[in-house]
Design a protein around this ligand. Sequence first.
Ligand code: ATR
Length: 288
Amino acid sequence: MRSENIITGKTRVCGLIGYPVGHSMSPAMFNAAFRELGLDYVYVTFPVREGELGTAIAGMKALNVRGVNVTIPHKVAVVPLLDELSPLAQKIGAVNTVINDDGCLRGSNTDADGFLGPLLERGIDPQGRRVVVQGAGGAARAVSFILAERGAQLVLLNRKPERAIELAQVIFRAFQREVSALELNVSNLENVLGEADILVNTTSVGMAPNDGDSPVPAGLLRPGLVVYDIVYNPVRTRLLREAEAAGATVIGGLDMLVWQGALAFEQWTGREAPRQLMKNEAIKALPK
Ligand code: ATR
């Protein structure tokens, strides 16, 4: 691999808009990928506070920034500031990737497609599968929308059940698909996991520094179940370790992180992203 990024008079600038952004692994992931392919691109972080999003997006046009990823707290607020939206981003009402094509800003949601990639890559098609999603926050929203679009039968479980019910209603309005919504507790998990094909954890349970926790009792994990934990720190969560020990198929959140970044990379550069390299760099850049 080349040791340095190329910075010239024509360097195209990409970055991350959010707050805070200082601990992001994206600069390591993207700049390594640009180096690997010899592309005259650079990726930087833009710490943008809540009240500054409008000027930041206008500045993106003025400064001819090629593309940005958008993260907390701007994924929803950025939507009305863009010129065009992908159909899925429009439905979800949240954007995490923007491309600037000669002043036309197009938004998409690569969190959703980035979640799907690692499943399809393993030959797992959600069509007609029974999928249990734990959590009802922003991540659950992107995950549930792409699963509903792909024809999965969804059960949403959340600690505050009213948030799961609300998300189920939003999905019904968008796709006319019935979605079950229940409180996240052991007895409901027990009832729904016996019939499930895929379990997705979108809650923060098990995330460092609470990496001794798991959102699912180990006794409910079994062979034949696909367990997808979108937590990426630690890379192997307690849930994934116990699922693997129980003979389940496991997918970790780092794969989703790399996929969503790879899809943004491909939009901005028109080149295939070096996914394995991006994964290695993300692991190296994980907060210690
Ligand atoms: P994100 O955008 O990452 O999804 P979020 O909107 O803050 O973040 O959502 C966090 C999710 O983790 C929520 O579903 C939250 O459950 P509540 O809606 O009931 O708060 C879930 N969560 C966080 N800590 C949890 C815990 N200790 N037990 C169960 N669920 C938890």
